[in-house]
Ligand binder design. Structure first.
Ligand code: ADE
Length: 324
């Protein structure tokens, strides 16, 4: 894979995954190899979100474990987030072979729910808050959740979303100004700040205050992080997007920064660099790295297994060429 595509799912469509996407989207395939809610045993809740839960489930066909992201159609429609959901599904279909993006195996719908069947990343979350950066059992990062990708990040759904979590959003997004790909480099800076300092930049427990801080307050970087680390953060978290690192040459500028001087990018993408932390995972269904706040929740019942009745989302259902 071209290392330029790292963190750029929309441009990383390989021939193979394109072929898979084409293959699985024919009506004939969907008829011949349906996957439905009844094909899984639902074991535990391993995550929650505004649209539903993520469940650990076992596929009866092959006894493998998967994380199934369950989204409630009623809530999606109420929040006018159909675009976000289809965007997430489309990004997952397009990025099947990316080393650090969660892999989609199937998606199906019931009368009331949309379901994305993903690899189970058993290593848990990287940090307390960047909950969409998971570790697999080998310690490699796995990014999950693409509901706010480029096409999704417009209109009312976004307005509602950033009312909830402004931590990682660039000032221009919060101010509903024009924005471009450089919002991702701000987001990288915000997540890296949290990893290095323990809290996102401009943090306040008062969300409205934090919103004001992100837009108006200058960045203050305390002691405890290397000079290079601070320089990298300062350049990523530039409020002026035209001067932000990545504004001119995108990923190239990021890769060239001294913060990454020890990284051999081709080896990284080929997963040849041993992860610095390997989680303790005893088997494919090990839940010890998953937050007990999730696993304690009751597993919801799937009583609405019929796909035909109810609100349908055309083109949502999907079967990966290599997963059945
Ligand atoms: N939480 C959200 N997505 C997940 C996944 N794919 N594996 C484990 N936990 C998750």
């Amino acid at each position: 894979m071209d290392p330029e595509c790292f963190l750029r799912p929309e441009v990383s469509l390989s021939d193979e995954s394109a072929a898979a996407a084409r293959f699985t989207n024919t009506a004939q395939d969907r008829q011949n190899c349906r996957v439905s809610a009844a094909d899984f045993d639902y074991l535990k809740v391993i995550g929650t979100g505004s649209f539903g839960e993520v469940l650990l489930a076992k596929y009866k066909e092959n006894n493998r474990y998967y994380a199934i992201k369950v989204l409630k159609k009623r809530i999606i429609l109420k929040k006018e987030a159909e675009g976000n959901v289809m965007c997430e599904r489309n990004v997952l279909v397009k990025t099947l072979n990316h080393p650090f993006l969660v892999r989609l195996h199937f998606s199906f719908q019931t009368k009331e729910r949309l379901c994305l069947v993903l690899d189970y990343a058993s290593g848990g979350e990287v940090d307390l808050k960047p909950e969409n950066i998971l570790l697999n059992s080998e310690g490699h990062v796995v990014l999950t959740d693409f509901g706010l990708c480029k096409e999704g990040i417009v209109g009312r759904a976004t307005t509602k979303t950033f009312c909830g979590t402004p931590e990682y959003l660039a000032p221009e997004v919060l101010q509903q100004q024009e924005y471009d790909r450089t919002v991702d480099w701000w987001g990288l800076g915000a997540v890296l700040h949290e990893m290095l300092y323990g809290l996102p930049p401009f943090y306040s427990a008062d969300r409205i205050k934090m919103l004001g801080n992100i837009i108006y307050q200058p960045l203050v970087l305390e002691a405890g992080v290397s000079k290079t680390g601070k320089d990298f953060l300062k350049r990523l978290l530039n409020k002026d997007r035209s001067k932000r690192l990545g504004a001119k040459h995108d990923m190239d500028e990021i890769k060239r920064h001294a913060f990454f001087s020890s990284i051999h990018w081709d080896d990284l993408v080929a997963k040849k660099i041993p992860p610095p932390f390997v989680p303790t995972v005893t088997g494919p269904d090990d839940l010890t790295n998953i937050n007990p706040a999730f696993t304690r929740l009751p597993v919801p019942e799937f009583t609405d297994v019929c796909e035909e009745a109810g609100l349908t989302f055309p083109d949502f259902s999907y079967i990966s060429a290599t997963s059945y």
